[in-house]
Structure formats: C-alpha cells, structure tokens
Design a protein around this ligand. Structure first.
Ligand SMILES: [Zn+2]
Length: 473
C-alpha cells in the first residue's frame, strides 16, 4: 500500500484540491477501486492499494502534466488565475516531478517566512486565488486595512494613493499542478451572472475511488452551468445544488467550500464571498421528492428571490416561524403579474415543510377539518385576497384574533355562496374540531392551515370531495 499526504498548508480548499489531484494520478495508475482519500483534519491521506514503488505514479503524474498543463489554457480558464500567473503555472518543457515528497507527513512543521506554503523545497510559483481563495484581497477589504501612501515617499507634495498591504506566499510547482488537476477533476466551476464560482466538495471522512468518479461526472455536467441572474450571494449554494438534482445523492458526506470571484480577464481577481458550509439539510430537502426541486426551479425562473431567501432560512437555519411568510411570498412572487394564473405550493413540498421542518404531526397535517377550512381560505388566496391568511398567520393565542378572523371569513364565504359562487364551507363539526386543535396546539394548527391554503389541493382532498358527492347522490 502506498500512502501520500497533502502538505497541511492550512488552506482547506487547497488541501482538498491537492488530494483530488493525487487521487487522480492514482486512478490513472491503479484503477478506480484501489484509491481512497481520507480527511485527517487539516490534511488528507491518499492511499493506493498496490505493492510497489512510486515510480509508476511519477511517470503518470508527469504524463498528465504534459498532456493537460503544458499550455496556459487550463490555468487561464481556472477562476482566480489571471494571464500572467497562468503562464507561470503552466508546465515548462524540461520540468520533471516526483511525488516522493508527499510520502512524509509535514503538518507538525511550522511554516517559516519566505518558505513555500506547502514547505516543499522544489521550485515555486505564486499561491494565487485560483489555487486557494483564502489568500486573496477581499472585495470588502477597502476601509479595513487600506493605507494611504505617498506615490513618492520622499516628495511631500506627491499625491497619496491607497495601498493594500499584501502577504504574498509561494507554493511549490508540483502542488500547484496537482491543485489544478484536482480542480478540473472533482470540483465545480460555474458562473453566476458576471461572477465566477468555484466550489470544492470537502469530504468529511473517507472517500473511495468510485465516489470520486461520480464527482468527476458531476463536474463535467456543472461546467456548462451558467446561472444568468443577479442572485443574492447567500442563495448561490442552494440554487447550485437545486440545479443538479443528482448532487443530492453524490454529495452525501461532503461539506461545500464555495468562493465567488469577480474580476478576471484584464482586471485582477477579487473574492466576493467565501462559504464553508454543511449541506446535509439542503440535500435532505432535494432528496425528499422531485416537487421540492421543481419548487426551486419555479422560484428561479420567476426570479422569486424573496421567497427563495425565506426557503433558504427555513432549510438551512431551520427557522420554522418563517414558513407561513414563505408560502405567501411563493404564491405572490411566482404567480403571473397580470393575474392570469395563480401559482401555489406543491402539496408534496407543503407536506414536507410541515412534517420535516415544522415537526407537525400527521394528526394535524392530514386532519380533514383543517383541510376543509384551508379550502375556504384558499378560495380567497386564489383571488389574491391575502387579508384572512395574514390575520391568521399573525394571530396570537392570547387574543381572540384567530376566532374573529375565521368567523369573519366564514360570514363572507356564506354571503358569496348565496350569490352562487362555488365556495366550499366547513361543517359545524369540522369547526369544533379546529377550535379544539387550536386550543391544544395553537401555532401548529394555524401554521398547517395557512400552508395548506397556499398549496394546490392535495389529491387525497379531491378524493374526499368525490366521496362526499357520491354519498349525497
Ligand atoms: Zn508543494
């Protein structure tokens, strides 16, 4: 067995990329079932199940480098690597590398000044944003540590210009090339409006070669992704994952490191945002049913970013009190503006949110009395008459708001029924049941009521209706 170690640079994105680069060399050398990556906290252990020397690995590494990295094309197309760095990172013709320096653990050794961040002694290149987003100027850094310096310090009359103190660090060339191989093997590069995004899956434990192959397939799929909308930055992870439904299965067991970059081309790259997030709750939501993915798609298409922000708060931060507000925003922002058609929540998504996020038990969610009153409330929602839903949403238990709103709504419903409108009314028994539930569990009852009113009629409800009709007949 051969074990290689990433250099423990302290940059989580760089470490993962180097690990993926090493794994890629191993995959080409020994095949997919012989390779494992293990996150050891701060560095990765990359193991190949093969007796033997590293010579074959070295051979393949040099071959891969020559095949892919001997022109600045790939470096130049990597977000965060500008033209000049692309040239310096590309392979020089005479360079030969060895992976022997990855055979020993480096993490206990302190990083000295002027030393490569990877502590390898071989020839170096700049540790630029494209290799690790954490070395960069942050876009919002102005005003924090920008100092004014005279253009010519000796000349008191020369103008003062803003300067950013920098802390440039180098990295050895073989680490840089491995990071590039890793970037274009198992991380995701895509665009959101005028920004480039690079997203690296960070394994929490052990990852096998077969999983790496799946990541690589996903990588290819994402390469063409261009979200051509100005999206709030905090929504990018959720939207990105919603865009690739297969991620829900493949990315299980990974965290996500994500950096959004602006600039590029002739301008210098800058980092707009860096996230290192756990994505379990997102993946759970995406995996639950296909309507959840369709809901995201719908909000994206209609640019309902307010609603999407609410859903993000609900899923990522578990803010269940935002649920009714989300339902309202979803209908409002995804329906057509000219009132021609009304968009509502899919029942499957509504049930998921009520059950998995709000933790409301089926006794309330599937209660026929609640479904019945929700139907009446839905009639007004469909007319974009949100007053009743809002009053119920904001009602507090101590006040009589809930009872009064419901009574007022039922009065209007009865009036409309007399005018031959097709509006459903709950029975007296159903109303008794609702007040009993509200007395027992006020918040859950009103949340279920509002969410169901803002969603399409569930199929089971249609059945109840047909049954009733049959019984009447
Ligand atoms: Zn190195």
């Amino acid at each position: 067995m051969i074990t290689l170690y990433t250099p423990a640079t302290g940059f989580p994105d760089l470490e993962a990329k180097i690990a993926y680069g090493l794994a890629r060399v191993g995959l080409e050398t020994y095949g997919v079932d012989k390779v494992t990556i293990q996150n050891d906290g701060g560095f990765y252990k990359v193991t190949f199940l093969d007796e033997g020397e590293t010579d074959l690995l070295d051979q393949n590494f040099n071959l891969l480098c020559r095949r892919l990295l001997s022109s600045p094309f790939i470096p130049f197309n990597t977000p965060g690597i500008g033209g000049r760095s692309a040239n310096s990172i590309a392979l020089d013709e005479d360079q030969i590398f060895s992976l022997k320096q990855y055979l020993s653990i480096q993490h206990a050794i302190a990083n000295r000044k002027n030393e490569n961040v990877c502590k390898h002694k071989s020839r170096s290149t700049g540790n630029v944003i494209g290799l690790t987003a954490l070395t960069s100027f942050h876009n919002k850094r102005d005003g924090l540590d920008v100092i004014a310096q005279r253009k010519n310090p000796r000349d008191k009359s020369s103008p003062k210009l803003p300067r950013r103190p920098t802390n440039p660090k180098n990295i050895c060339k073989s680490c840089a090339l491995l990071a590039l191989l890793g970037t274009w093997y198992a991380s995701f590069v895509f665009n959101v409006a005028d920004r480039e995004v690079i997203s690296i899956p960070i394994p929490r434990g052990r990852v096998r070669g077969t999983k790496l192959r799946e990541l690589s397939a996903l990588q290819h799929q994402v390469r063409r992704l261009w979200i051509n909308q100005k999206v709030p930055q905090s929504l990018i992870p959720f939207m990105f994952l919603g865009q690739i439904p297969s991620s829900a299965r493949i990315l299980d067991g990974f965290d996500l490191f994500m950096a959004t970059l602006s600039g590029g081309g002739s301008r210098a790259y800058r980092v707009d945002g860096i996230f290192l997030i756990t994505i379990d709750s997102y993946l759970k939501f995406l995996r639950a049913n296909s309507y959840n993915i369709a809901s995201i798609e719908n909000m994206k298409r209609r640019e309902a970013f307010g609603a999407l922000q609410c859903l993000n708060d609900i899923i990522y931060y578990g803010k269940k009190d935002v649920l009714p507000k989300f339902a309202r925003l979803y209908c409002q922002q995804t329906s057509s503006r000219d009132n021609k058609w009304m968009s509502m929540l899919y029942p499957e998504t509504a049930f998921y949110l009520l059950k998995e996020v709000a933790m409301i038990d089926p006794g309330i969610i599937q209660n026929e009395a609640i479904a019945s009153l929700a139907r009446t409330l839905r009639y007004f929602v469909r007319e974009k008459k949100y007053g009743y839903a809002d009053s119920i949403r904001n009602a507090r238990k101590e006040s009589k708001d809930f009872e009064e709103t419901v009574a007022k709504m039922l009065r209007e419903a009865r009036l409309r029924l007399e005018q031959n409108e097709k509006i459903h009314l709950p029975t007296d028994d159903e109303m008794k049941e609702i007040f009993r539930l509200a007395d027992k569990d006020f918040d859950k009852t009103k949340t279920a009521l509002v969410i169901l009113a803002f969603s399409f009629q569930a199929r089971s409800e249609e059945n109840i209706e047909t049954e009733k009709e049959v019984r009447h007949a």
